[in-house]
Design a protein around this ligand. Sequence first.
Ligand code: SRM
Ligand code: SF4
Length: 574
Amino acid sequence: MTDELSRNEHIKQASRYLRGTLAEGLRDDSTGAIVEDDQQLVKFHGMYLQDDRDLRNERMRKKMEKAFSFMIRVRMPGGVVTPAQWLALDHVARTYGNDTMRLTTRQTVQLHGIIKSNVKAMMREIDAVLLDSIAACGDVNRNVMCNPNPGESRAHAMAIDVSRAISLHLLPKTRAYREIWLDGEKIAGGEDEAVVEPIYGKTYLPRKFKIVIAVPPSNDVDIFAHDLGYIAILDAKGDIVGWNVTAGGGMGMTHGEPDTYPRTADMLGYIDLADAVKIAEAVVTTQRDWGNRANRKHARLKYTIEDRGLDVFRAEVERRAGIKFEAARPFKFTSTGDRYGWSQGEGGRGHLTLFVENGRIHDLPGKPQMAALRQIAQMHDGDFRVTANQNLIVANVPTEKQSEIERLARAAGLLAPWSGLRRNAMACVALPTCGLALAESERYLPDLITALDKSLAKNGLSADDIVIRMTGCPNGCARPYLAEIGLVGKGPGRYNLYLGAAFDGSRLSKLYAPDLDDAGIVAALDPIFTAYAAGREPGEHFGDFTIRAGFVAKTGNGADFHANTGARQPSVAA
Ligand code: SRM
Ligand code: SF4
């Protein structure tokens, strides 16, 4: 390994706090793209330059530039937006985007297909409803996630307040965002790091950083997949009194590079309620100073902790925060899924969780989802919450509006009865917009589930909750290594099949069979479903069964992810 700084470090260093030549690049109408260095910087502003990969070959044949457009990811801590904000997002999606809204696995909304000349107008519209996309991507702290049902109890409301406080505290302070996208006043001078970016400095973090808050028993935010996590500890009245803090989770890996692996977060210990922000800053600055800035594939906090050791890392965080971790308090997670349909909130208000297949909201023939949600937003005086399972909660609905909102949602196919597999499914975006996709994901998983459902029905398992997740490459955007059935793109139409993760999100899976096509996936899973139906113990989940029955070995925290000794079907190295 070399100690030379990676290219991105030089780009950040020279960027004048994330400005680069973005303002000039936006004015250049000779291309739909921006220059390469700016493509890295624009991520810190919540955007990616993409091109429509379905059109690549045809445009290349015609010697045309790629069909460039921007994807914009909105920052919304805890996934919460007001009806007015929803209406603004719906409007920009239809006016400047590709007529869809994409709910993400980190509780945000992505808008795809925005051409360069429309980006500023779009940014102004979302700014007008007090939304932004600062730090939704890039080497900084991203959208802070939080269990999305705060209306249900005081604990949830407290958790969302803390997620907002952490998000605000760790936002980049540079004025670049306002200057570039909103024509904000240019600030003269201002090169003093301690003033411009007191937490991040000129080169920000070595890599992306993700924070999450969970309120047991629900682990619907997949706490162990993130760099830093807070597990709420409640008193007898149901108020949060403190947090068990976790660190060092992450999903990304690269096929064929065993030095890269998904990892579940370690437990740092317990802290008081009021110390959450201080600890966040201490963990972030430790990673800022200790993280690997030479090799971006080894730069996430999970590798910093592996390299330095958990005890050394914990001691440094304690020193920086001036807080000592106590022994972790008992807690119990039961599942990672969403609770569909109505749940009762406080003050007579209800929350309706809708099923949005793979997070894509669009108007399909006979299923006018965008239109239905627009109508709901127009009559709704509560809020919307994006879940970490790519679904949507219409939250805080008074009794008198509940039947009409339910009627609209049902007519749009957002409340249909789904099989146990489909209601526990997630797929990442992948093709055609994701530049890193090796295989289809969002556009393929629904059909694969239809095929697998036949096999499940044959075995009497249609109603059983089994978690399945698919990604178009090993980066892990739909957290596939924490799914009981994980499918990870290897090449066009080919997937690695992973099994053995825990239903509550606490244990990673293992490679069961590599490089399968559609028929191969069904053929591999069918006998395992049959064995599960015949041999499971009462209450035993599918992931646990695949280990007990010897299909795969159990994975520890992830450093052992690639070893599969003792498995019934020896797996070939990924
Ligand atoms: Fe992701 C990169 C989509 C959640 C790990 N992710 C990408 C990019 C931006 C591709 C790129 O860099 O050019 C994808 C854009 C696709 C598109 O066309 O929209 C992309 N990631 C997504 C989303 C939209 C998936 C989804 O279907 O919902 C999720 C947006 C989250 C958000 O709102 O902020 C998304 N990405 C995740 C998660 C899940 C999570 O955080 O809970 C992970 C795994 C957890 C983790 O970070 O370890 C994840 N995305 C990655 C990685 C691998 C990072 C690594 O450590 O190796 C990349 C590639 C990279 O960073 O180099 C990546
Ligand atoms: Fe793209 Fe890979 Fe993420 Fe899927 S997992 S969205 S293919 S980067």
